[in-house]
Design a protein around this ligand. Structure first.
Ligand SMILES: Cc1ncc(C[n+]2csc(CCOP(=O)(O)OP(=O)(O)O)c2C)c(N)n1
Length: 276
């Protein structure tokens, strides 16, 4: 345990950055730990990793970790990341977004990053709410649930983030939860090494802004609920229809060979120069 703690500390920016902003019971810190373990297990040098984030609670993650980091505008993290990857494909570029960041204001960018299959690892931390700004509903707030802006229940159908990424062409798509740290480590590492666009949707509870309004007395209740509702894709397919309702399906939804856009560009440039 001490060894693991030391490992995590080697990657944190200690000066002036702590205490962090996450509420007690927030899942985002678990994602940060998983991200560090994944980068470490892949043997990547800190200087070769770029973390790009938008605005939101999830957007704070790059502030705490000693990689190259870019804290961009709300919803636009993927555009900055695209520029970085195209300019220097050697870098490992990891993008961290909230559900609002990635699918509400930033939905257009997600669609096109997936379509282009640019070599980015995109982590979407889905807490089903706009956490940082006071718990307004996002496009992933489940039907019927309560938020600051849906005090009588959400009337809109929610986006299935993984499904959106898959239909838009992303060549690696997975869903995991903060209750499955080892699975999360594996999904993040796979997205990082996958050529082309790799998106991991991570269910990360927000008790402060979502749970309290939706009858979860404590954050522990919320985590227990998540554990109970999580089911792997294989098991889900065996479930009868009535048991499928409300399931949080985890696993890999898409994994196919791909040449990343940045690599296609490099090949085209070599060809135009007559180098091939
Ligand atoms: C252009 C713009 N619009 C709106 C905002 C206000 N704003 C900041 S964070 C945020 C939502 C954050 O929610 P999400 O992306 O889901 O991340 P979370 O905080 O839940 O991790 C909003 C609406 C902003 N900063 N910039």
């Amino acid at each position: 345990m001490a060894k693991v703690t030391q490992l995590i500390h080697n990657y944190l920016r200690h000066s002036k950055r702590f205490p962090h902003v996450f509420c007690p019971g927030c899942g985002h810190g678990i994602v940060l730990g998983s991200l560090i373990r994944s980068v470490h297990s892949l043997g990547l040098a800190k200087d070769d990793v770029v973390l790009v984030a938008g605005i939101g609670c999830s957007g704070r993650i790059p502030v705490y970790v000693d990689f190259n980091s870019v804290h961009t505008t709300h919803g636009r993290a993927l555009t900055f990341a695209t520029g970085i990857k195209m300019a220097n494909p050697r870098l490992t570029v990891i993008v961290i977004m909230g559900d609002g960041d990635a699918l509400s204001i930033g939905g257009n960018h997600l669609i096109h990053a997936a379509r282009r299959n640019i070599g980015l690892a995109a982590l979407v931390l889905n807490n089903h709410i706009y956490g940082m700004t006071g718990g307004q509903s996002s496009c992933t707030t489940p039907l019927g649930s309560y938020s600051t802006t849906t005090p009588f229940g959400q009337l809109e159908e929610e986006f299935d983030i993984s499904r959106v990424a898959k239909v838009c062409g992303s060549s690696f798509v997975a869903r995991t939860t903060v209750m499955q740290a080892r699975h999360m480590d594996k999904m993040i590492s796979t997205a990082i090494t996958h050529p082309g666009f790799g998106m991991v949707e991570i269910i990360s509870p927000c008790h402060t802004q979502f749970g309290r309004k939706n009858r979860f007395k404590t954050s522990v209740d919320m985590y227990r609920w998540l554990q109970k509702k999580s089911v792997s894709l294989d098991k889900f397919q065996e479930l009868p229809p009535e048991k499928r309702k409300d399931a949080v399906v985890t696993g890999i939804f898409e994994q196919k060979d791909c040449i990343g856009l940045e690599e296609k560009h490099a090949r085209m440039r070599r060809e135009l120069r007559g180098e091939t």
